[in-house]
Design a binder for this molecule. Structure first.
Ligand code: SF4
Ligand code: SF4
Length: 164
């Protein structure tokens, strides 16, 4: 126990020396300055505009790290499909498995960047209404597998209705 405490103190001391005095430094200078000036902000995990709010990421997450939060005002994405919620990713529960990204239908069905990412979702520029009208790029088997995870499979159901 005493040893653990000493290791902890050594870790704190070494990192403070690195950040404040720039000694024995592996931290990027710009990042160091941002830390000292309080300019570091958490990266965005969800691209809120193109996300369709289907809840698939939340269903696929093995650690319940993604909470779906209701929107104040629903957004109609296309006829028969309205966005009513958005995901919030709680990083402390995340194990970086990337299931959320990989099961996001925008990626899994249409091959575009997913609108959620455990580190940084980056800039996702998608015209979702147009995208949802495009043909799905994968097999029926894969659609069936992915659809198990989608809370709202309206997109798939709508497409099937149109095809029949
Ligand atoms: S990457 Fe994190 S948030 Fe995403 S599914 Fe895995 S554990 Fe959940
Ligand atoms: S799976 Fe993708 S589109 Fe669906 S709520 Fe999650 S981030 Fe948004």
């Amino acid at each position: 126990m005493k040893n653990l405490f000493l290791i902890f103190l050594e870790g704190v001391f070494t990192n403070l020396k690195r950040i404040i005095f720039a000694t024995d430094r592996v931290t990027d200078m710009e990042l160091r300055n941002m830390i000292l000036e309080g300019r570091v902000t958490p990266t965005e995990k969800v691209a809120k505009v193109p996300c369709i709010g289907c809840g698939g990421c939340s269903n696929a997450c093995p650690t319940q790290a993604i909470e779906m939060v209701a929107l104040d005002e629903p957004v109609e994405l296309m006829e028969g499909l309205t966005k009513t919620q958005l995901p919030v990713l709680h990083s402390k529960k995340c194990v970086n498995c990337y299931y959320c990204h990989d099961f996001c239908p925008l990626y899994a069905l249409f091959g575009e960047a997913g609108t959620i990412h455990p580190n940084d979702v980056g800039e996702v520029e998608l015209d979702v209404s147009q995208l949802l009208e495009k043909p799905v790029k994968i097999s029926e088997d894969k659609i069936a597998f992915i659809s198990q995870y989608l809370a709202d499979n309206t997109i798939i159901r709508k497409r099937r209705n149109e095809e029949n």
